[in-house]
Design a protein around this ligand. Sequence first.
Ligand SMILES: [Zn+2]
Length: 321
Amino acid sequence: MKESQGLDPNFLDLSARLGNDPLQVQGAGGNTSIKTGKVMWIKASGKELSNSKDENIFVKIDLDAAKAETYGNGDGSCKDTIIDPSIKLRPSIETTFHAILDWPVVTHTHSVVTLVHAISPEGLAAAESKLEGLPYAIVSYVKPGLPLTRLILEAANPETQILVLKNHGLICCGETVLAVSNLIAEVEKRLAMPERRKSPVNPSPSIVPGYTMSDESWISKDPKALKIVRAGSYYPDHVVFLGPSLTENPTAGRVAFLVENEGIYLKSDSTKSQKAMLRCLSDILLRLPSEWNPEPIGACAEAELMNWDAEKYRQSLDSVK
Ligand SMILES: [Zn+2]
């Protein structure tokens, strides 16, 4: 193990723990940051939090310059705020909100129990009562990057330490790594949802060469889950790594496709992030109460994500594993 980049080992531990928990972070999603003086260390775009202790996945940026990008001084990517110009990595797409949240430690996850609540009006109402007494705010859905940072600025006050991002995930902030770790545990405890049992799936030979039936195939036999999946996609990383919704046309080229009453087929050479995103969908649906009505992000939001250069960069780093 390498004490990467001289960063606080507790911060690296927390980052790795979040990255290794599929109920917190899936593949290259999620990001963490730590500030010292005028400097912020933030996860690099496309890197995986699970590698926090084994690889140099964090980049050092100029905190004031990143804050200034929020207010129009730059394109919001924070590419030019990296202090060492020889570093070829880009800071996370979500760097600006890490910069403007005035706390030394900030974590952003795609927590499954948060997503269960954050994709429907009924779930959000339940989350509001479950989080009562904690310094939280709810943020509407908007494309990640600068638009999201601007909504966070509107929703948060200097005391806010928990942000539930509608159709996206969770942000927790605090003075120390331990405080943030405890806060995440508290939010997870309050939002915990029982997991239904999956209906069994009979593995069958692939109907298209190069595809394998996935563990998430139960969705194709569950009328409620099927209806939800057919209605669209519910959070950005699904679109980025699996494409909009799940196609039912068994054509080669797509990462995954669904055949009703039979299964979901995943490309045999799919990447770690693609597999993780399909599992995330299943993990959410297994915890979603039947009376909650999830709202997809919609075709416009999907198109916005598919055509975004910053996401193309992140996809290009998602190598076959
Ligand atoms: Zn995110």
